[in-house]
Design a protein around this ligand. Structure first.
Ligand SMILES: [Zn+2]
Length: 172
């Protein structure tokens, strides 16, 4: 199986869970909004080094043709990420109305403060690419969640939210 390149540095499997990827005729391409991929690529360029979103592809040697079994294998390992982009109905983590469920979000592993500074320092650019919300870095230790959901947002701003409220409105 060859990987499907979706941007300069990312492959489709990094945004799609293994079960959707391995069972759908489009490998899940229609499940992730292309703005999420473009934003991830922009963060990657500004960061200047590689970024991990899903990494289940590295464990594909364990896939025997049974996508349900392989998903369970991935789920059971705390080192394998498979829900950092699109989350299907088979996903049992996170909120049921999360932006991930709509294919509108991604979680990038790494230094949450570095990611925050990249977005804040280029906020207008990211806004016009479609980025609307970040999760407050106090609840995302070791990763950054971003999404494109226009939910309680204001024009020309990026909303920073924790589980209950808005903690910051980034403007430029
Ligand atoms: Zn997230």
């Amino acid at each position: 199986m060859n990987r499907i390149k979706v941007s300069e540095n990312f492959f489709l499997d990094e945004f799609i869970d293994p079960h959707s990827y391995l069972t759908r005729s489009d490998n899940g391409l229609g499940l992730i909004d292309k703005k999420v991929i473009a934003i991830a690529q922009k963060v990657r360029e500004l960061k200047g080094s590689s970024i991990t979103i899903n990494n289940w592809w590295n464990h594909l040697d364990k896939y025997t043709g049974d996508a349900v079994k392989f998903l369970k294998y991935c789920n059971d390992s705390r080192f394998i990420r498979c829900w950092s982009g699109y989350r299907s109905p088979l996903c049992t983590i996170g909120a049921t109305n999360s932006a991930h469920r709509k294919g509108w979000a991604a979680d990038m592993a790494g230094d949450e403060k570095e990611y925050y500074n990249i977005v804040k320092g280029n906020a207008a650019c990211f806004y016009f690419m479609g980025l609307r919300r970040l999760e407050d870095r106090s609840i995302t230790k070791g990763w950054m969640h971003f999404d494109i959901w226009e939910k309680n947002t204001q024009p020309n701003s990026i909303r920073v939210v924790d589980l209950k409220k808005c903690t910051e409105t980034i403007r430029w």
